[in-house]
Unconditional design. Structure first.
Length: 501
């Protein structure tokens, strides 16, 4: 609790960044509501921004796979910071010019291109900064920061336009300040590859993973696993998708829903804004759940499907009834919660250092931008003109809720043959595992995994607990078996038990 409640200046600066990210449509409500007659100019900005984001994100993800130090390059971050300021500034000038004499579309498109390029580099820099947080810390702090950013968005929509624009630009400058400072301090540099088998050795901490620690936070080792050494980019992306398929699908559905239309509750509050606030309130406390089993599967295979089942029930009510209206409104809460969970999960993956933040968030930003463009195109279809597209979105939501219910069923079926995961009931198992690891020269990550193997846990459990792909865990398990001279998990457990004799 004390660790997670230690508020730092970086939390406030990230709130400023998230509240001004142009790819998150609620952040542009200030401009859209302030210049309602300039929708074509806004469309030009958003279209250009999404295209620039897609291209820049794919380029940075690919290039960083080949050149790990690129995302932390001070010149790149500085140029991106200037673009992040120029983007909304040009949009404001374009909207003002469009209102006076028209013809602001070209200026808005230029601003969108600047904003998209700046967004990618600064987002990846922030991802590198926040990758110091493990899963529980990510759940708590990203939930809190996204909730606070939603409050900022609500306040900006309530003030006079000149004041709102001024505050927006100040927040934009605040949001880019820390990445620029850390870039010039070379605090964003990724480590070079040092060892074969794709493993990078960083200074080892003596902190071992302890599921029952007082803070309730999983402790991750500082060993970085670079998949670029022996595995290709395509295989890395496949592993990433398999590891976080459920939250990523939720994030893509969120992008689609935000792009198709805006849902206003009581003709006053945008549902996506209040949904972000309530979703954050629901997600942040999950960090304090004390569970011996992996936290992410518990959330995605039990809590989220239960919420989806509740929404499916509400969706079954007749048209123009209170429950159906409530279902549409609560859907944004679910999408926001799933989006926050996805960001926290991605950050935990970056923390595990199996993949670089540039690869993880570069591909995520590109996918989000592409899905946003799809949503904007869908919103123009004639079918979406009927009841503002409500029936179509209801069908999309229902299919997504059904997907959420099907995932745990499929997962349980796939692992039905596996032995039930039960920890070995020995108080000093972790200590004996560390001694065994030291005696046989295991690496920090192998030591961490041995602690689970010594308790009788299998590959799937370990992968879920450490937010690693199963293939990566299997690679480490094979190395552990080789160094210990064993060929099965049972032999590992036996070795651990023998050290107490």
């Amino acid at each position: 609790m004390r660790v997670m409640l230690n508020i730092k200046p970086e939390h406030l600066l990230f709130i400023a960044f998230f509240a001004t990210m142009p790819i998150y449509s609620p952040n542009l409500l200030l401009f859209a509501n302030g210049f309602p007659e300039s929708s074509a100019t806004m469309d030009a900005f958003v279209r250009s921004m999404l295209i620039a984001t897609t291209v820049a994100a794919l380029l940075e993800a690919f290039l960083s796979f080949r050149t790990p130090k690129l995302p932390g390059n001070p010149a790149l971050i500085s140029v991106a910071a200037l673009c992040s300021i120029a983007g909304p500034a040009l949009l404001a000038f374009a909207l003002a010019a469009d209102g006076e004499a028209g013809g602001g579309g070209a200026l808005a498109s230029l601003g969108g291109a600047f904003a998209g390029f700046g967004l990618v580099a600064i987002s990846i820099a922030w991802a590198t900064i926040l990758s110091a947080y493990n899963l529980r810390q990510s759940l708590f702090w990203i939930g809190v920061m996204v909730g606070c950013a939603s409050l900022v968005e609500m306040l900006l929509s309530a003030v006079a336009l000149p004041v709102g624009l001024l505050v927006f630009m100040v927040l934009t400058c605040m949001g880019i300040a820390l990445p620029v400072w850390k870039a010039w301090k070379h605090a964003l540099d990724m480590p070079e590859k040092l060892e074969s088998q794709g493993i990078e050795q960083l200074p080892e901490r003596e902190e071992a993973f302890a599921a029952s620690s007082e803070s309730g936070i999983e402790q991750a080792s500082d060993e970085a696993f670079s998949v670029g050494a022996n595995e290709g980019l395509a295989k890395s992306l496949k592993q990433m998708a398999a590891l976080l398929a459920v939250p990523l699908v939720g994030l893509m559905v969120l992008a689609l829903m935000l792009s198709v239309r805006r849902f206003v509750a009581f003709n006053l509050i945008n549902a996506e804004v209040i949904g972000g606030l309530i979703g954050a309130v629901l997600v942040a406390p999950l960090a304090f759940l004390r569970k011996a089993n992996p936290l992410l599967p518990f959330i995605h295979q039990l809590l989220i499907p239960l919420f989806a089942l509740f929404l499916i029930t509400l969706n079954s009510f007749p048209e123009a009834t209170g429950p159906l209206w409530l279902a549409g409104w609560l859907s944004y809460v679910l999408y926001a919660a799933v989006g926050i969970l996805a960001i926290a999960s991605l950050n935990a993956m970056a923390h595990a250092k199996e993949f670089s933040p540039a690869l993880i968030f570069g591909m995520t930003l590109a996918s989000f931008a592409v899905m946003s463009m799809v949503g904007r195109s869908v919103g123009l279809l004639p079918l979406m003109q009927y009841q503002d597209g409500g029936p179509v979105l209801l069908v999309v939501s229902t299919f997504y809720f059904a997907f959420l219910l099907a995932v745990p069923l499929f997962t349980n079926w796939r692992h039905y043959h596996e032995r039930r995961e039960e920890p070995v009931p020995t108080a000093d198992t972790s200590k004996r595992c560390r001694e065994l690891a030291q005696a046989h020269g295991l690496s920090p990550r192998e030591t961490q995994i041995l602690d689970f193997l010594g308790r009788g846990h299998g590959v799937t459990y370990i992968a879920n607990m450490l937010v690693l792909s199963e293939s990566t865990v299997r690679t480490h398990v094979k190395s552990i078996y080789r160094k210990l001279g064993v060929s099965s998990r049972e032999e590992v457990v036996s070795l651990v038990e023998q050290r107490s004799d």
